[in-house]
Ligand binder design. Structure first.
Ligand code: DLL
Length: 439
């Protein structure tokens, strides 16, 4: 159905560059970025001076590891505009991260930044199969969040027709999909499942829609969740990754081979570090992703600690792109739950639940401390027809789920089955964890 677009590439020059040329380009752009940041951003100037390092001391890509990290705390301390490297007069757009704790972080774009951003988004959208023939429905919330505007401008650059629907209002989303013949759906993966649920309730056969591709990102999702979305919406679903501090969506995205997200390495340098020690880890290791921007004017970021846990693949991809790929993230190091000393990522739990028949893809993790001991409770929605009235069967089902979880996580969890539609739904990013230990 989409095979003709399997190998479509938006910017062949940069996406298929021989590695040596790419690294030369990265070094030139890095040096220019360091100079600008050192000259124009007090935080960088101070950080470099403190360790007696000047931008001209960085003469190779390996030297990057001599530079200090930038963290969310730096952004908070310089709220709102202290990290900008250009005067506000040159800024044409401002976005902000959700900032669930404390002050949000504010990011800015020059005209040139916006152009570059649209092109980076057009890259991964093209890689995911979007063409000028598509009708793209944006189901991300418009506003300070970078998701909707990023994908919106990327789609327009490609020449696709954009429907700026925004998040929520699921029945209307479906009506518009039917009437406007939407072919590409953009949103969070959890919202894609909410749409699939509502289609079921409205008795709309997904095959009757014109949808063919889904581009999902903004939150972690497992391979099992991808299969579920693909099967229930009858589409090809790809993953894309980004964060507002670095640009928004457009940092990385999958091609239709779906074997890792190609990182726009001509625009960002990616490193993997040990989150505990800060040491750079060898290629292929799992650790925290650190990103340095190479072309951004208004808001350059040097060695930004994303807190996202992943690993990088450097082998060339079958699609022809030479850019390194990042694996699906396991979640953020700060989302990682430590339960009785064992590290647990919500994504591991999701993988187990999706593989069990009868479990709905809606769950919530509740962590509590009783005395000095941590407990993990997992609330799982189950399908309508599941034996709530048959105690014996229910007990056996619970035991199976608990046993499977224990063998994957290495720590016990209490599972509670809850009725369909009792776990809160969100139009944007799902909230899977309630950690009552922090309350
Ligand atoms: O979520 C940017 C974005 C919008 C990316 C739309 C893709 C699509 P923030 O709100 O700043 O920006 O949140 C960034 O979300 O550090 C990750 O923890 C998480 N995240 C984003 N994309 C993915 C993904 C946007 N594909 C934070 N897989 C990041 C896993 C993701 N986590």
């Amino acid at each position: 159905m989409i095979n003709s677009n399997l190998y479509a590439i938006w910017d062949k020059q940069h996406e298929c560059m021989p590695r040596e040329e790419l690294e030369q380009l990265q070094l030139e752009r890095l040096q220019a970025t360091l100079n600008r940041a050192y000259k124009n951003v007090r935080c960088y100037n101070t950080k470099f001076n403190e360790i007696g390092l000047a931008p001209e001391d960085i003469t190779s890509l390996e030297d990057l590891s001599r530079l200090p990290f930038t963290t969310k705390e730096d952004l908070r301390l310089n709220y709102p505009y202290g990290m900008f490297a250009v005067p506000l007069r040159e800024v044409v757009r401002i976005h902000s991260s959700s900032g669930t704790t404390g002050k949000p972080t504010v990011v800015g774009y020059t005209k040139h930044d916006l152009k570059m951003w649209s092109n980076l988004v057009a890259r991964f959208m093209t890689a995911a199969g979007v063409t000028p023939d598509d009708v793209v429905q944006i189901a991300f919330g418009y506003g300070l969040f970078t998701g909707a505007f990023g994908l919106h401008y990327g789609s327009e650059s490609i020449g696709a027709a954009v429907i700026p629907m925004g998040g929520g209002n699921t029945e209307k989303q479906i009506m518009i999909m039917q009437d406007y013949k939407t072919t590409a759906l953009v949103g969070t993966p959890s919202y894609a499942l909410t749409i699939a649920d509502r289609l079921g309730k409205m008795n709309v056969d997904p095959k009757s829609l014109s949808l063919k591709v889904g581009l999902f990102g903004g939150e972690p999702w497992s391979e099992a969740m991808r299969s579920e979305i693909e099967q229930r919406l009858q589409i090809s679903a790809t993953d894309n990754y980004g964060l507002s501090e670095v640009i928004g969506p457009g940092v990385a995205g999958e091609c239709l081979l779906k074997c890792g997200m190609h990182i726009a390495e001509d625009a960002f340098i990616a490193e993997i570090i040990d989150p505990e020690t800060g040491q750079v880890l060898p290629p292929g290791s799992v650790g925290e992703l650190v990103l340095t921007t190479l072309t951004k004017e208004a808001f350059p970021m040097i060695r930004y600690r994303t807190r996202d846990i992943t690993s990088l693949i450097y082998e060339p991809c079958g699609c022809g792109r030479t850019l390194a790929r990042m694996k699906k993230t396991m979640g953020r190091s700060d989302d990682m739950l430590i339960i009785k000393g064992v590290n647990v990522f919500p994504s591991q739990i999701e993988e187990v639940l999706f593989a069990i028949e009868g479990c709905e893809p809606h769950y919530q993790l509740i962590v509590q401390r009783t005395g000095s001991s941590d407990t993990l409770e997992i609330n799982i929605e189950v399908t309508e027809n599941i034996f709530f009235d048959e105690m014996k069967k229910q007990r056996a089902f619970l035991e199976t789920v608990e046993r499977k979880l224990h063998s994957v996580l290495g720590v016990g969890a209490t599972v509670k089955l809850v009725e369909p539609n009792t776990i809160p739904r969100h139009d944007g990013k799902a909230q899977r964890v309630i950690d009552k230990r922090c309350a």
